[in-house]
Design a protein around this ligand. Structure first.
Ligand SMILES: Cc1cc2nc3c(=O)[nH]c(=O)nc-3n(C[C@H](O)[C@H](O)[C@H](O)COP(=O)(O)O)c2cc1C
Ligand code: SF4
Ligand code: SF4
Length: 254
């Protein structure tokens, strides 16, 4: 069974491809479960595969918390695939610890390089570079699907001291100091379509007087800012003039 969380579509792209290759009926959207709230219980005789972006060299906190709170019945094997713009650091160690807590059998964590969507911090790559990354992600996803099909573990990657620091203290500081929604604003270009509010996986955006209002419970997934059809949303002055990244503008193939 394939599960995914996704802000701007990269992880959904990989999850859909994986579900197809593994002949799964569908990929389960963790976004929808988070939006709906309430309990989540699943039965699967086949391995569980979790696909998510990398946030500060780890699986997003909202995803690990959701996995810890959900009920999984049947297969206990759990594979993790993190789409990333560069590096997943020591994310595997934290996914392994999560499995111990959730009584799942950790089968490995594999990165898949994708366009970096973090417009609140860095510059997403240009369109040609994005297309190249998506092509290599297709090949990489096929290779990971065959390992899962054969129920073989994902190979382990070497972990440096820098990886341990990035996924450990730096990740903690990142959430404590940087993951805030106070920097988001909507300009007069806003056409009051409500897409940002519909897209937010945490229901953190409310429409008031035709404009979005951010309510203080954000995970920096970039779905609102990157999905706005009028490019009306900015994050402080950091995002000004930057290209927004959204996979749906790169490929129809999702
Ligand atoms: C809050 C945040 C933190 C990120 N941290 C990392 C990181 O530590 N390492 C990395 O390689 N990419 C990082 N990225 C890039 C994303 O992981 C990457 O673009 C991912 O494929 C986005 O997936 P999505 O479109 O499914 O949301 C970060 C992006 C965001 C929004
Ligand atoms: S998605 Fe953009 S245009 Fe639509 S309501 Fe939100 S800010 Fe306004
Ligand atoms: S407010 Fe925007 S960045 Fe924050 S969680 Fe919602 S969609 Fe993601």
């Amino acid at each position: 069974m394939v599960f995914y969380f996704s802000g701007t579509g990269n992880s959904q792209f990989v999850a859909f491809r994986l579900a197809e290759l593994l002949a799964e009926e569908e990929a389960v959207s963790i976004n929808q479960y988070l939006k709906a709230g309430g309990p989540a219980a699943f039965h699967s005789e086949r391995p569980l595969v979790f696909v998510a972006p990398t946030y500060a060299w780890r699986m997003p906190k909202v995803v690990s918390e959701w996995i810890a709170s959900a009920q999984f019945d049947g297969s206990r094997s759990a594979y993790f695939i993190l789409t990333c713009g560069g590096s997943v650091g020591n994310a595997a160690a934290y996914a392994k610890a999560l499995c111990e807590k959730a009584n799942l059998h950790f089968r490995g964590l594999a990165p898949v390089a994708m366009p970096n969507n973090y417009v609140a911090l860095s510059n997403p790559p240009g369109e040609a570079a994005c297309r190249e990354l998506l092509d290599s992600a297709r090949t990489r996803t096929a290779a990971l699907a065959s390992l899962i099909q054969r129920e073989e573990p994902f190979p382990e990657s070497p972990v440096s001291l820098q990886d341990r620091i990035s996924s450990g203290p730096v990740c903690g500081l990142f959430y404590a100091l940087f993951v805030r929604d106070r920097g988001f604003t909507a300009s007069d270009a806003c056409i009051s379509c409500g897409k940002c509010a519909r897209r937010c996986p945490l229901n953190n955006i409310e429409m008031a007087g035709g404009k979005p209002v951010w309510k203080g419970h954000c995970t920096h997934c970039m779905a609102c800012i990157c999905g706005c059809p009028a490019e009306a949303i900015e994050y402080k002055s950091i995002s000004k003039g930057k290209r927004r990244y959204d996979i749906y503008e790169i490929t129809e193939d999702t």
